[in-house]
Design a protein. Structure first.
Lengths: 226, 314
């Protein structure tokens, strides 16, 4: 585990392990412990695949204190933390070049047909590793290694809401239109963020996601905006 | 009784101190782009520093006060009139029911802040009324102010009018230096790249908004670009493979995956937010110790502001 400064009031905890559901759980446990121990001194926690960003009030506590709290919290792993119940969420996806402008490039790069890419993408059950970038944006992993593609060199200024995308070994659905650097392969009509909802996001870290292919008509019928 | 918006201008957004504690849903902090000017607008109205105010980008704003209060405008240099009579910015003024305020287009800087005594009465969302348009959260309806919007506030006809001492008024120029704390994937940038980064001038591009400011320059490159997505701080400088750094601003995403060379000091971001396309920046490395000293001094100045009683006559 490494602790590196991220900003004037944040430390980044890096875990020297490959992302996995078990590591996710470790990070969630550390986050809960820090929440309890730092209390009001904590401004925010951002868990991710193999890291945890800890933002604190630099006027209420100093970096050394926070570092020490992180170290001692990670050493004392509570015995047999029960894993939270994990649910399966199925999301419909209209795959294709019309809905996913990077599908052709990804197929070409991987030496597969577009149908094969779609098959490899939707046949897997993905684990929700973290939620961030935008409300309801769930980072899902891992995609089949044949589908691995780096982020775009220049992010798009605008990605349509519901875009289903791949970057490196991760896949995700953009809940709303936003800038984005991932490779787009389809679109999902399901709303993934409701600011009035409780909870506002259907995912929790540890849940699983499976994509179901649908056609354009079904996409529109389910509320997708062309 | 409310502030009735007649012309919302280019982009006017309700902002308070911002949100925290919701990043696990992917919800960002929002808040003012120029926290110094925002805090000062509140100081001049004798409000707590994080009180809700309106961030007005570029200008072209007009509204009617439906009941008495004191107001103050800080930030970008704009011409302001109340009932057609010019009123200075960086000081507070008393207004009566029916008074009409007009804010012209910024001559220097980009964003100004309109605060009123007691702040606005807006239902918070996730703990704050800050508007983050791309999330559809905050403000009156998750979006920018529109014509005919009414923002409620409590009447206030008591209280002194105050003005900021000249030493507190910044001079927004067309270039600025941003102090950066090396961190994150700093070690992925070779010594040569770091030297290039800290010795170059970068130009503010047209792709700048509340989420991030994209800069163009000589091209900065990390040793490799495939990092795992991770939490992002306000002010972090992402460097995508195309070599143009992006400084993450108030509406920054909570998680991202381009390598980061470090993070700009929060108190310097306001100066960046007052730059326009074509203006320039350069970066200077700062140690954590010096960063904390600078932040403490700024905090001290906000807690003991140089305020003077203002004349009532314009």
């Amino acid at each position: 585990m490494k602790i590196i400064p991220a900003s004037e009031n944040a430390l980044m905890v890096y875990f020297d392990e490959e992302p996995s559901p078990a590591l996710c759980q470790t990070i969630q446990t550390l986050a809960a412990t820090l929440r309890a121990r730092l209390g009001d001194h904590l401004i925010d926690l951002v868990p991710s695949y193999a890291s945890l960003l800890v933002c604190f009030d630099p006027f209420a506590c100093d970096e050394v204190e926070v570092r020490q709290t992180i170290m001692s919290s990670s050493r004392s792993r509570p015995a047999a933390t029960p894993s939270p119940s994990s649910k399966l969420i199925e999301l419909p996806v209209w795959y294709g070049s019309d809905s996913g402008p990077d599908l052709a490039a990804l197929a070409q790069q991987s030496g597969l047909t577009e149908s094969q890419v779609i098959e490899l993408h939707h046949q897997r059950e993905y684990h929700v590793y973290c939620i961030g970038f935008a409300p309801g944006f769930a980072y899902l992993g891992e995609v089949d290694e044949r589908l691995v593609m780096p982020r775009l060199a220049t992010p798009r200024a605008q990605v349509p809401a519901g875009s289903v995308a791949i970057a490196e070994r991760q896949t995700a659905v953009y809940p709303a239109a936003s800038p984005g650097g991932w490779n787009l392969i389809g679109r999902c009509p399901t709303p993934l963020f409701d600011s009035n909802g409780n909870p506002p996001v259907p995912f929790h870290v540890g849940d699983r996601v499976k994509f179901q292919p649908i056609d354009r008509e079904e996409f529109e019928r389910l509320g997708g905006q062309l | 009784m409310s502030l009735l918006i007649t012309h919302p201008g280019i982009l006017s957004l309700l902002q308070d101190g911002g949100r925290s504690g919701y990043s696990h849903w992917g919800i960002t902090s929002g808040g003012p782009m120029d926290t110094h000017a925002f805090c000062w607008a509140n100081l001049l109205c004798e409000n707590p520093l994080g009180t809700s105010a309106i961030e007005i980008a570029v200008g072209g704003f007009s509204a009617v006060f439906q009941q008495p209060c004191r107001y103050a405008i800080t930030g970008a240099e704009v011409a302001v009139t109340v009932n057609g009579i010019e009123q200075d910015i960086w000081r507070s003024w008393s207004v009566e029911a029916g008074d009409v305020i007009k804010i012209q287009y910024a001559r220097k800087g980009v964003r100004c802040y309109l605060a009123i005594s007691g702040g606005f009465e807006v239902e918070p969302k996730f703990g704050s009324c800050s508007t983050v348009v791309r999330e559809g959260i905050g403000g009156l309806n998750g979006g920018p102010l529109r014509a005919n919007d009414e923002i409620p506030y409590l009447a206030d006809s008591e209280g002194d009018c105050l003005q900021a001492a000249a030493s507190e008024r910044p001079h927004y120029s067309r270039r600025t230096t941003l102090r950066l704390l090396p961190g994150y994937q700093n070690s992925l940038f070779s010594r040569e790249q770091q030297t290039r980064f800290f010795s170059s001038e970068f130009t503010v591009t047209g792709q700048c908004d509340r989420m991030g400011y994209r800069l163009s320059g000589p091209g900065i490159h990390a040793d490799h670009s495939g990092i795992l997505s991770e939490g992002i701080c306000l002010g972090s400088v992402q460097v995508p493979p195309d070599g143009d750094p992006i400084v993450m601003m108030a509406d920054h995403q909570t998680i991202g995956g381009y390598p980061k060379i470090g993070t700009v000091l929060s108190m310097d971001l306001g100066r960046l937010a007052q730059l326009k396309q074509g203006d320039t920046v350069n970066f200077a490395a700062i140690t954590r110790q010096d960063a904390l000293k600078a932040l403490s001094m700024m905090r001290e100045r906000l807690q003991n502001p140089q305020l003077l009683l203002a004349d009532e006559t314009p």
